[in-house]
Structures are given as C-alpha cells and as structure tokens.
Design a protein around this ligand. Structure first.
Ligand code: XLS
Ligand code: NI
Length: 480
C-alpha cells in the first residue's frame, strides 16, 4: 500500500485541514485567553454520555453493540491479564478534537458538550468528558498533545499557564479515577512557526521555541505520572533537497534529542522516550521514515539506550511495510516500546487512521507482542478517528469497542499458535542445519571463508528444503 503520487496533494491538504480543525473547533467564537469572557463556564451538570453505562464483557454471543465480545480485561492469557497485555489508551486528539473535517467539507461532528469555542473553560469541560469516556470504556490510559488539551496563548508564558490550569484538573480527575497517562507529547506541527520543522527548522528561534515547548510538555507529562513521552516528527523532514542541508538538520535533531534526554534526567522523569516513525505526511520526506531508519539514526548519534520506538500500523503501511514487519524490526533491535493501534485503507493509501478490525493482522501484531514478553511500560494507543460520516456520540464507544475486541481476538489466536507450537516448530526446522557443530561455529563468528570453502568441496551441492509457506499459512489460518 505505497502511497500513489497522484494522491500526495490530497493527503497533504487533508492532513493540514485535519489538524487545524482539530485545534480550532468550528465555529471559533472565543479567544483562547485566560480572561476571555465567552465560554467561561466549564460546568456540565449532566453526564456527557447519558444512557451509556460501563462497558462490560458479555462474550461472543452477545448482540449488544455496547459490550465486549472478546476483550475480557481480567481474563488471563499466557499468564497475564488481557488488560495488562494491552494497556489500552484513548488518544485525546482524535476522540475529543476530531471534527470530521476534510479538504472538501466542513466538520460533521458537533458533540453536545462543545460550545464552539477554544476557550480554557471548554478545554476543562472536554477533559471531564475524556475521563467519563475512559471510565465507561474501561481503559486505564490516555494520551495527549499539549495543544490538544489546552489552548495556545499569545505568548509561551500564556500557553504554559493555560496548560497548567487544564493539567491541574486532569491530575485531580486521574486521582479520582485511578487512570494514567500512557504518553504525552508536544504538538510541533500545527502552528505556522513550525512550517520548516521544529528541531530541524532552518530558523534558530524556532528550534529554541520547540525546545521550550518540549520542556514544558515533558514537565507536565512527568507531573501527570506519564509512563512514556513521544516524539513524532511530522515536520522534521524536507519538501525539497535543493534548498535543504539534510546533514545539518539531522545533526540538529540529534542535539535536540540529547537536550531532551538531559532535561528528562534533570527533572527525574523515568518514563520511556519513544520515537514514532512515519515516512511522509505532512512532509514529503520525514527523517524517521521507518523503524530501521530511526534505529540507524539512534545508533549513529549514540542515543540507542535512551529511546524506543512507537510503531503505528498505518505509518508502517505508508512506508511500504506491514505493521508486523515494523514491530519485528523494532523488537529484534530491542526497541519495541509502544503501538499506535490503527490501520489504513488498502485502496486509499494514506494515513486514514482507522480502527483496526482485521483479525489476521491483529494476530500477527500480538505474535510480536508475545515474543516481546509484553509491551509495558508501553501500550496500545488508539491513534484512530471515526469516519467523517460517523456522527453519533455512541459511535465513539462502538469504534473503540470493536478496536479492542479485534486486538483481543488477535491475542487469543496468537496464544493458540504459541501454545500449539507447530508454527514455531516449522520455523525451527527451517534453520535446523545451523543446529550443528559447524552451524554453531558460523553463528559464533568462528568460520572463515577458507574453512567454509573446504566444507563445500567435501559436501558437494547442497540439498535445499521447501520453505513450507503454505503450510505456515494453513497453521496460521487454523488458529483464527
Ligand atoms: C500522526 C501521528 C501523531 C502522533 C503524535 O500521524 O500519528 O498523531 O501519534 O504526535
Ligand atoms: Ni501516532
């Protein structure tokens, strides 16, 4: 599902419009300042989601759309509770700031609690809605960008004050509900100042601004007990190499990360730093193209022990890989940190951020997670949005439920495959010629070319076995 070039313009447009709309919830009638007079009440006496009670596990035969059919949080699979395999998280930006806008059309979603402003009071009311949502859905975590949860101010001081006020409320709501932050991040791509990038901007003052913004976002993530912190470099890349000093930009990015690591240590934040690879969108070429590119960057700059990766499935397919490939690449490099659980559309080809409902794909994802021994302190963040045409409040629940149930089916199937063992046995057998004395010598780096040439002369033409791909597919199918 490599992006077709004819679609580039459309996706760039859609990305920009999406994020602007996500921030400037239409119609914007209220200035985002602390002393704004409009939208000055965060009161919302009623429930945000009336008529929806806590979502329960009812089993596969249930016809109730507001119930789990496969995700049974307390059930143990391979010695771990389902909820602990997943550590599901709701993404504040899509769920509470997504409006359904696209390059050709206005927002379609006007949630009842929205007053049409981007005020601080509205931000607080929205935060209460977030906590009611995650409580009722029964997930333990949420994720945010700084500017999703609090309005940008005219100065950095004002932005920080806005953020502090909303974060104080979130802190209290977390205390009451025992919910936690899976990860926080800084939004370094919407504001026009970041048009050339943030840490890779050609403008020094923008680099500094980004540093100040990440400093604050790190501090509030730490204050909220966040377990990870994400760097997604949406504008860290280039539109043209003719006007770009790529080497200098990459050096700047590394310096930025080093400074972030230093600040993390300074404030005593123990969460994991995660880089989220994505090849393109909004930039033509993004520096964190895929897991292997990000790993190479970390190695080159001596940052490998300080970061892990947040693999997003739709980003994987944009880079021409499967999600399973990206997860395995991260895993075998010791870098699998978190999953942004979503998927693209096989016919469309850009970052559609859909709920993943393919049970086979979910099974492959869970095979990687099981091989990794779990994913904590990371988790599964639903970096996912409702389709533009899905406009009922209950759709927010239904979408997350089917996303969670799909991953749960993936886990159950993957556990069956692991317990059955025949797939692992097939793989083991493929390489059994290396389970020999000479194989051990090769794997220990003790077999030089002279020695191997001698063996070839002794053995003659090798016998080569079948790869058994169809048998592997049969075993995989049988577990669905
Ligand atoms: C966008 C990214 C973004 C990150 C957080 O494509 O997925 O949402 O997860 O900045
Ligand atoms: Ni993401």
């Amino acid at each position: 599902m490599i992006m077709k070039s004819g679609k580039l313009l459309l996706l760039l447009l859609s990305f920009n419009v999406f994020y602007y709309a996500a921030v400037n919830c239409a119609p914007q009638t209220c200035p985002a300042t602390k002393d704004a007079k409009c939208g000055d009440s965060d009161d919302w006496k009623a429930e945000f989601f009336p008529g929806i009670s806590k979502i329960k596990y009812e089993g596969p035969s249930s016809k109730n759309p507001l119930s789990f059919k496969w995700h049974n949080p307390e059930e143990e699979i391979l010695g771990k509770k389902m909820k602990d395999w997943f550590r599901f998280s709701v993404a504040f930006w899509h769920t509470f700031r997504g409006t359904g806008v696209d390059p050709f059309g206005a927002p379609t979603k006007y949630w009842p609690w929205e007053d049409g402003t981007n005020s601080l009071s509205m931000a607080k009311r929205r935060m209460r809605a977030n906590f009611e949502f995650i409580n009722k859905l029964g997930v333990d975590f949420w994720c945010f960008h700084d500017r999703d949860i609090a309005p940008d101010g005219k100065t950095i001081e004002e932005s920080n004050e806005n953020l502090d006020e909303v974060v104080a409320l979130a802190h209290e709501l977390q205390r009451q509900s025992k919910k936690r932050v899976l990860w926080g991040t800084a939004q370094l791509f919407v504001h026009p100042r970041y048009m050339h990038g943030a840490a890779t901007s050609s403008e020094l003052a923008v680099y500094a601004y980004a540093a100040a913004q990440v400093k604050k976002a790190l501090e509030v993530t730490h204050y909220l007990g966040g377990e990870n912190y994400v760097f997604w470099g949406g504008r860290e890349g280039y539109q043209s190499l003719l006007n770009t000093d790529m080497e200098r930009e990459l050096n700047h990015l590394a310096r930025f990360f080093e400074a972030a690591v230093a600040h993390k240590k300074k404030i005593g934040f123990n969460g994991t730093f995660l880089i989220e690879p994505k090849p393109q969108e909004p930039t033509k070429h993004q520096y964190d193209w895929d897991a292997a590119t990000a790993a190479n960057f970390l190695r080159k700059y001596g940052l490998i022990g300080e970061f892990k990766l947040n693999i997003e499935c739709n980003h994987a397919t944009l880079s021409g890989h499967s999600c399973h490939h990206e997860l395995e690449t991260a895993r075998i490099n010791g870098l699998l940190g978190n999953i942004d659980a979503n998927t693209g559309d096989p016919q469309v080809g850009w970052d559609t951020n859909q709920f993943l409902v393919d049970i086979q794909e979910a099974t492959m994802i869970m095979l990687s997670v099981i091989r990794n021994g779990g994913i904590a302190p990371g988790g599964f963040n639903f970096d996912v949005k409702l389709r533009r045409e899905s406009t009922d409040v209950e759709d927010l629940f239904i979408a997350h439920i089917v996303g969670m149930d799909t991953m749960a089916r993936g886990l159950r199937n993957a556990a069956k495959l692991v317990e059955d063992g025949s797939l692992a046995e097939l793989v083991r057998k493929r390489y059994q010629s290396f389970d020999t004395e000479i194989g051990a010598q090769i794997e220990a780096g003790k077999a030089d070319f002279d020695f191997l040439e001698k063996k070839v002369k002794e053995w003659g033409e090798p016998k080569v076995a079948s790869a058994k791909q169809e048998l592997a597919e049969m075993i995989f199918q049988n577990a669905m």
